[in-house]
Design a protein around this ligand. Sequence first.
Ligand code: GLU
Length: 315
Amino acid sequence: MASSPVLSPARVVARVQSCKSIPVNYVGRFAPSPSGPLHAGSLATALASWLDARAQGGRWLLRIEDVDTPRTVPGADRVIMGQLEALGLAWDGEVIWQSHRNEVYQAAFDALAAHGLIYGCGCTRREIADSALRGQTAPGADGERAYPGTCRHGLPPGREARAWRVRVPDGVEHFTDRWLGPQEQDVAQAVGDFALRRADGLWAYQLAVVVDDAAQGVTDVVRGADLLSSTARQRVLGRLLGLPPLRYMHVPLILDAASGLKLSKQNGAPAIDTGAPLQPLQAAWRALGFTPFPAEGVAPFLREATARWAERFPR
Ligand code: GLU
């Protein structure tokens, strides 16, 4: 972020809090997709990840996940950064933008390809859906059917590669989520070989997130439960790339009271109003299932919430 000679109150709070102990073994991050401003759902995730980092005396990084350029709204990154600052959720170090990181993703992709772990796939979405209808695949994660492996042993004659997929090894992936407990997924069965480079030429989220978490030295991912079904995939990919495993915590999603759907920019969740920043922070705290408490301002709220978080999730 741009350096300013005068620290904003939010940054002073963060500076003091991060000096309480020397961060050694915790690096967290918030990784919003800039498809719109923060709303109640994304704020709850940001708050949970900030509190966990601060409670552990760790660093908290900000990464703008604009790899999916068609979904990126120009200027939304700056709006999100301004909202975080107004809410006292200051980040450490430089912000990174995925759209600037093509070479890093390409290098990871090439490393996998050099080991024969990537193949070109000529299937359209329609063809994959049709093979699912014919019962060739098990019901998959994310409501999508697993990729049936049609092009795994070579493109059918006359077909060109559209997307590039990673060969998923057999086996069940196990991990313990710090919020949800033990988890497992058979990625080959539930997802199949997944795309790292999409048919539109863009890098897939799964590749970018794994590469960037490693590049930024992230140790702990705290994010919304909608991404739980991606975690086993990301662990498999990390292992294929020789990267150290991360710890995960998936926090509950905030649902829209009327529709019961996940609050999202796509379904029109209103932007957080940072005019009175304590109110949305307290709402996010409650939405995460914690008992409300009175606070006189953002800094005292964040101090108390950090202490309570540390009690709930001891080191
Ligand atoms: N960019 C993703 C989102 O905004 C989050 C990715 C992650 O935390 O791994 O939903």
